[in-house]
Design a protein around this ligand. Structure first.
Ligand code: GTP
Ligand code: MN
Ligand code: MN
Length: 604
């Protein structure tokens, strides 16, 4: 290959040979106009946001300092699970829940897509770190992208720039993550505000710890430190190294006696992680502080307890439904500015708005750029519109959020969105039973549809789209993690459901801040101060065992929310069986044993 001279390529602020040769190789393949090494500085942010405003991608907000609105191409609004691949060497290692292609075949296909794909654009090199920079070892990555939107988002969501290159040194390890929107520009061609390509690939090479993404500019597809690195690639690392990379929030609960408990919780997308992470307790004397709202990396500490770290530095939260009542702490975080808002609606005075936010705007520009009035019948913001905001602005951020040691987890919660069957809270008999609860976790696609069992899908540990290897092997890894530890020091496992409904379809449990009552019961269980009945499915409290002081909800509703209906659970069994059959040969025998035991307890 002839050596190309691309401006910026030789101005690398590093001597790291593997990094230099990879950057050169990508530049020669994708042929950008110039290469820029990102330093993560305030000046860089300024330069990039100015450029995005000029390009029409960003609208500067008048009401929030240093904040911007962006609307994506209407076809590029969410993660694309059907275009997401785990390209392990062997197909069986990707398993039945992932798309797979032979890695060499995928590389050949994508190399042709990447050829010349950055023509007319700038190629940015973003050194980033997931988790604290002073972790030992730090989890480093380098994303190459041709999207300024990605650079600016990475400023918020990760630790990035010069300090990361310094930590990488001349020979440190890193995950290479290549991203292109796949929209080369011919000389003189006018760019569009949101370049992307109809052909999309979000590809992971787990053995090589490498990520290739093409065609999308959207969050989870393009910010490769998040789902791609911190869940899919990290879950494969975690399997090999004996730790856990999970789709979990991390919160700190402080009792009136100032005793501290750390809780991690896995709920599927749009099922309340960000809400619970920033919970404002309604019961007197209790406080919550936030450590993370989406991802937890958990490994055993020297004392034998499981410690969690949040690899991210920002929140990428679902906007619709967020308001001063449901999540006041999220509102306080974004109010301070320094935030990006994608696919929300724009008010006439250049602020953002979305469904269920306070205020009754009479006119908006909707996420597709059209005029919107209250009678127009459509949502003004896309249902998956997001705010992207620095964690450091969260008023209830736990001071230890950045501690590389992490925080010792006392309880793990699994939860989904179920109208029926699943009680408000249920404690596992032991770790393996808890793994079974996670492995069979289920959730409804939307709350709007009527309650048919067919609406329910299994979303194991809320990780269905994020497990970077075979799902059966993943269950076995969870079982092994429990076996490797001192049982008394393991977090206790609970299953929660904030979404059970009464006959008239209303929620039986008020949720949000009132979920602190459930957290309190969980803490009382840990302390041996609360009773629970052994039911067929686990240990469930009666309404009398929950602190319901000052709660408006009728006690009959709480009873109903806590009910374990044996007939409903018998109807659940074939669904679990069907799921386990799908998992197939790799399903651990211990999970089959748990299913048999559940059947016996149900008298089935
Ligand atoms: P990702 O960020 O996509 O991983 O999802 P998430 O789990 O963070 O979801 P998020 O917290 O943004 O969930 C928001 C949805 O859950 C909104 O529709 C909320 O109204 C709803 N929600 C959250 N907590 C509760 C609750 O306690 N009760 C009820 N009924 N709804 C809730
Ligand atoms: Mn979230
Ligand atoms: Mn998520």
């Amino acid at each position: 290959m002839t050596a190309l001279t691309i401006p910026g390529l030789d101005q690398a602020p590093t001597t790291h040979e593997r990094l230099l040769s990879w950057v050169r190789e990508v530049a020669e393949l994708t042929t950008p106009d110039q290469v820029v090494w990102c330093d993560g500085s305030q000046q860089e942010w300024q330069r990039m946001t100015d450029r995005l405003v000029e390009a029409g991608t960003f609208t500067r907000l008048a009401k929030k300092p240093n904040s911007f609105y962006a609307a994506s191409d209407p076809s590029d609004v969410a993660r694309v699970e059907e275009r997401t691949y785990i390209c392990s060497a062997e197909e069986k290692d990707a398993g039945v829940t992932n798309n797979w292609m032979d890695p060499n075949e995928m590389k050949a296909t994508m190399t042709e897509l990447y050829r010349g794909c950055m023509r007319g654009r700038t190629m940015y090199v973003i050194p980033f770190c997931m988790g604290p920079l002073d972790a030992e070892p730090p989890k480093l990555g380098v994303e190459i992208t041709d999207s300024e939107y990605v650079v600016v988002s990475m400023h918020i969501m990760t630790r990035m720039g010069a300090k990361v290159l310094e930590r990488l040194g001349a020979a440190g390890d890193f995950v290479p993550a290549l991203h292109s929107v796949g929209a080369p520009l011919e000389p003189g061609q006018q760019d569009v505000p949101w370049p992307c390509n109809d052909i999309k690939y979000i590809t992971h090479f787990p053995e090589e710890r490498m990520i290739w993404s093409f065609g999308s500019g959207y969050g989870g597809n393009a910010l490769l430190g998040k789902k791609c690195y911190s869940l899919r690639i990290a879950s494969a690392m975690a399997r090999d190294e004996g730790w856990l990379a999970e789709h979990m929030l991390i919160l700190k609960l402080i009792s009136p006696e100032e005793k501290v408990y750390y809780v991690a919780a896995a709920f599927p997308s749009a099922c309340g992680k960000t809400n619970l992470a920033m919970l404002q307790p309604t019961i007197p004397g209790w406080r919550v502080e936030t450590l993370g709202d989406d991802i937890a990396w958990m490994r055993f500490g020297e004392d034998g307890r499981l410690y969690a770290v949040n690899p991210e530095a920002g929140f990428f939260g679902v906007a619709p439904g967020t308001n001063w009542n449901t999540n006041p702490n999220a509102m306080r975080t974004i109010e301070q500015g320094n935030s990006l808002f994608t696919n929300v609606a724009l008010t006439d005075d250049a602020d953002v708005w979305w469904e269920d936010m306070e205020g009754e705007p009479q006119h908006l520009t909707d996420w597709k750029g059209r005029d919107w009035t209250p009678d127009n019948g459509e949502n003004a913001a896309h249902p998956n519109s997001r705010y992207c905001t620095p964690m450091s602005q969260c008023p209830i951020l736990a001071p230890e959020w950045d501690d590389p040691k992490g925080v010792p987890i006392s309880a793990i919660l699994f939860g989904g969105r179920r109208k029926t069957t699943v009680p408000l809270v249920n404690e596992a008999f032991d770790w393996q039973h808890g793994v079974f609860m996670g492995a069979t976790l289920s959730s409804e696609k939307t709350a709007a549809a009527a309650g048919k069992v067919g609406d329910v899908r299994r979303d194991p540990m809320a990780m269905l789209p994020f497990i970077g290897y075979n799902v059966g092997d993943y269950f076995q890894h969870w079982v092994n993690v429990g076996k490797s530890a001192d049982a008394a020091k393991l977090p206790r496992i609970f299953y929660v459901n904030w979404f059970r409904r009464g006959e008239d379809k209303r929620f039986l449990w008020p949720g949000f801040g009132e979920n602190s009552r459930v957290l309190k019961w969980i803490v009382d269980r840990l302390e041996g101060n609360a009773a629970a009945a052994d039911t067929a499915i686990g240990r469930v409290p009666t309404a009398d065992e929950l602190d319901l002081g000052g709660l408006d909800t009728p006690k009959a509703d709480v009873d109903e929310a806590l009910k374990v209906d044996v007939e409903e659970w018998k109807a659940e069994l074939p669904l679990i069986e069907e799921w386990f059959d799908t998992v197939g040969d790799s399903l651990p025998s211990s999970m089959r044993d748990e299913l048999v035991a559940l059947k016996q307890r149900l008298g089935h």
